[in-house]
Design a protein around this ligand. Sequence first.
Ligand code: HGY
Ligand code: MN
Ligand code: MN
Length: 417
Amino acid sequence: MTSGGNSPSRPVVRGDVLLGQIESLASVGLDSEGGRTRLALSESEKAGRDLVVRWMEEAGLEVRVDRIGNIFGILRGADGGLGNGLMIGSHIDTVIHAGPFDGCYGVLSGLAVLRAFREAGVVPPRPLAVAAFTNEEGVRFQPDMLGSLVAAGGMPLGEALNIADGQGCTVGEALAAIGCSGGEEPGFLLPSEYLELHVEQGPRLDAEKKRIGVVEGVQGISWWRVTVEGTANHAGTTPMKMRHDAGYAAALVSVFLRERSLSSGTTLATVGTIAFEPCAVNVIPSKAVFTVDLRDPDGAKLTEAEEGLAAFLEKTALEEGVRILSEHLVRCEPVVFDRELVQTVEDAAVSKGYSSMRLVSGAGHDAQMMAGVCRAAMIFVPSIGGVSHSPDEKTSAGDLLAGVDVLLDVVLRVLGF
Ligand code: HGY
Ligand code: MN
Ligand code: MN
């Protein structure tokens, strides 16, 4: 239900405004690689935050910000309160060299739905909110989904504010530096239902030519930081058998993870960052620091993958004569979304005549946290070629509008229209 005009009695999303805002937000934080980089609580993310707050205010929403920087645009319902609401959320922080849709599509679609209610003069029976959560990506500060985790009571605010990035800057300091810490206590606005509209970021919908993803849950995530301490030595004079090469030990771990994941069939493993010291062409690395991202839809198999990693680190330390330390950064359990709400998503897609399929999300989302405190579900639209976390992330305008069409229909169904 998207068009250029307003129907007298039912909310209608103005697709042109939504697409325009996605494009405008995508131009904030443009980087040298044709993508955008708006790491959490950075100056460029602050510019994005300011834009979204302005759009929320222009849509006539009540804007509230909590002490971890989560932003909420609120449309009060007939009951005038803040309880028992329906929230639509996602994030506007990005990875490095990100695409235009990850997170932003969900926040701006939620804003478009609330704007549609306002413009149609329809007062919902209970409050509607759109949320932009802090640090969903977890690139600068770990864990990821930090803002929604704190809002859902999964981590005390004080602990979260003390988390430091690679330069030693804490979340609290970063919030203060960009002036984005709000006055509300995290969790001041907990909904009864949470919906998140997102690009799939994987290949399935595109490959199977389905327009809508009915997301049944999210797989589990486990992040580790591994530090290998070896012995610096001369690259030209040190016999291979005498080396305690931190770089080689790190490479062994990466190959082990790839082979173990392939044989498991479901576990995914990624070494996304690595740094050597002293990092010189003719010096055997004395130190290697790298991260490991493990995922699996099954919590027990994710634990097995963690245990497999720990055992291999121990074995490698012995065999290579190096010291290996590992730090557990994140563990998000797999989540199964609310069956009834998932069914409502599927009913909405079918009623709109959109092809759809059920799937489990490979990527983590704020919905994974919100599912711990309310009924939650997600809606996906296809990522062309399955590409995301890349400047090449693409989704057609038709699919973007189909997604928000389904989102609005789900909201109307849940609210009993
Ligand atoms: O890592 C993830 O899956 C998400 O993009 N934060
Ligand atoms: Mn995302
Ligand atoms: Mn992401």
